[in-house]
Ligand binder design. Structure first.
Ligand code: SAH
Ligand code: DHB
Ligand code: MG
Length: 226
């Protein structure tokens, strides 16, 4: 099995299970034309995010790292009427492309797109007394993942879910001595999760068109019934 095989299988499954989608395809094409890096979640991963958010009937979603809004569109489509998605992007150029993509996808009315550093916006949301989120997708700068996770935990309801992207990095995550700041950030995030008795967590390694990487899933353990 080679990375070429992974990409071929991703292509086969994406065309079989998902197929063309005008708004999503245009979002990727315009992002590429504008020179944005080709690092959006894959089509199948986008569908996974959509399904996970829907499975817990998410009404409020928080995303860190908008890029061109590709994952944002998938997540926004999981929201019921009246639902809201706050997405945070530090780069005004990325945010401008994303706004256009979200508008064309017909979801812009559900989106609160905030341009600025994720840490600042997380502090803002806290200060505003934002209603708790059901679902959080952390996909910004990897070295700050532990800080984002801690802040996001405070903004998420019990039973809510936090997904973190890019937690395997081609396997580098298992190397304690890695000089990669992103890898060290993911390792500190794992330390936080391991020490937190209020959450249930797992990480799934993935291969596909984005190479060898993975998702972490953390659930704020719901109160037992009764
Ligand atoms: N979620 C997107 C991909 C995000 S790529 C998708 O799957 O479609 C990561 C994004 O995080 C980039 O657009 C980058 O500009 C943004 N980013 C990097 N550092 C950030 C920070 N400190 N705060 C907010 N966004 C940041
Ligand atoms: C990178 C960032 C991502 O969010 C991703 O999914 C893949 C790669 C990167 O910065 O290289
Ligand atoms: Mg990512």
């Amino acid at each position: 099995m080679t990375p070429q095989t992974w990409t071929a299988v991703d292509g086969y499954l994406a065309s079989k299970l998902i197929g063309p989608d005008a708004a999503l395809d245009a979002a990727l094409a315009d992002s590429a034309a504008a020179g944005l890096p080709p690092i959006a979640v894959s089509t199948l991963q986008g569908r996974l995010l959509h399904m996970l958010a829907g499975m817990i009937s998410s009404r409020r979603i928080l995303e860190l790292g908008t890029l061109g809004g590709y994952s944002t569109i998938w997540l926004a489509r999981a929201l019921p009427p009246g639902g809201q998605l706050v997405t945070v992007e530090i780069d005004p150029k990325h945010a401008a492309i994303a706004r256009r993509n979200l508008d064309r996808a017909g979801v812009l009315d559900k989106i609160d797109l905030r341009v600025g550093p994720a840490a600042t916006v997380l502090a803002e949301l806290d200060a505003e007394g934002a209603q708790p989120f059901d679902f959080v997708f952390i996909d910004a700068d990897k070295q700050s993942t532990p800080e984002y996770f801690q802040r996001a935990m405070k903004l998420t309801r019990k039973g809510g879910v936090i997904i973190v992207d890019n937690v395997i990095r081609g396997g580098k995550v298992a190397d304690a001595a890695s000089p990669d700041a992103g890898v060290q950030g993911i390792r500190r995030f794992n330390d936080l999760v391991a020490a937190d008795s209020t959450v249930t967590a797992t990480t799934i390694q993935t291969v596909g068109s984005k190479g060898y990487d993975g998702f972490a899933m953390v659930r704020l353990t719901p109160q037992p019934a009764g």
